[in-house]
Design a protein around this ligand. Sequence first.
Ligand code: PLP
Length: 373
Amino acid sequence: MGVPFLNLRAEYESLKPEIDRAVHDVLESGYFVLGKKVEEFEAEFARYIGVKYAVGVNSGTSALYLALRALKIGPGDEVITQANTFVATCEAIAMTGATPRLVDVDHRSRNMDTARIREAITSKSKALIPVHLYGLPADMEGIADLAREAGLFVIEDAAQAHGAECTVSGLRLRVGGIGDLGAFSFYPSKNLGCYGEGGAVVTRDEELFRRLIMLRDHGQRGKHAHVMIGGNYRMSAFQGAVLGVKLKILDRFNRKRAELAEAYRDILSRTGAVLPETSEGTTHVYHLYVVEVDGRDRLKELLARENIGTGIHYPSPVHLCPAFDYLGYRQGDFPVSEALSRRILSLPMYPQLSVQDVQCVSQKIAGYLEQAI
Ligand SMILES: *Cc1c(COP(=O)(O)O)cnc(C)c1O
């Protein structure tokens, strides 16, 4: 029996009538960019995250870039993020002309190591971008304290953590709505995914919201009043329509992911594999189920032979990607991220999987790990 790494076709089948109706509405409306479907989704998403404003855009990368531009970050500025993330976090900083400064991650949470941030702060630092990697909230309490003390903005990269919650100052909050701005991706494989490209920036701040609206659409304050250099980052009406349907089932899908994570843990905790961290007061939404094992490449290959799909997120930390050579980092600079990149393996994790699928994958892995010992 095979288990693919992802099955978006099965997801569509399970939602077909609602999705078809929403897409058909857009076709009939004759309005294909922004418009009512996008506005409805923006209002619902802002309410869901617990902020005042959400601005729908055309990707998560654009969301990060526009969040930085809304803060007027550009050439001469530095922005701090982590070495273990998807390259887009760092790319968005570079796209503004600012310089990315990296910090290592904590070994257990695999998120930004708060203790390391201080070393990266200089007189040019403007903002911090913690990533809620794999669906686990970053240490927002510690990060918010440090940012306040150092006078830095916080942009959350919440592209992998729609619906995840953490506790800050005794309040339980949804990630993305905690910092000055939050950036989301709705790439199809994300916990909240559209059927194309999409993203959103969320904020509580009215002035930032106004700048985002302008930046998204050619820097216009009103029709043909171009008051800043923006661009075309508008969300498609089709994606707004699909997201409106899928937001309603996000919590249910996240609960299913948590149930599957438990099923993995039941079996894999008896092996030598290091499993995702869970902690009191935070909800992990398991965008990815990432384990650490010895002999990762061999295990990946053995699973592939059984038609079990796996992934590596990410095989190279950002500082070792050739695109970022110009930053001057080298091998050894971020040892935790580097060690993780050699040991991590992402196992199948999506709401259409059954507990039985997960048990079967886990048993195979347990068998292989036992043989290697
Ligand atoms: C997916 C992702 C992005 C980029 O989103 P796109 O919609 O693919 O542009 C940014 N950061 C992280 C952590 C991501 O996982």
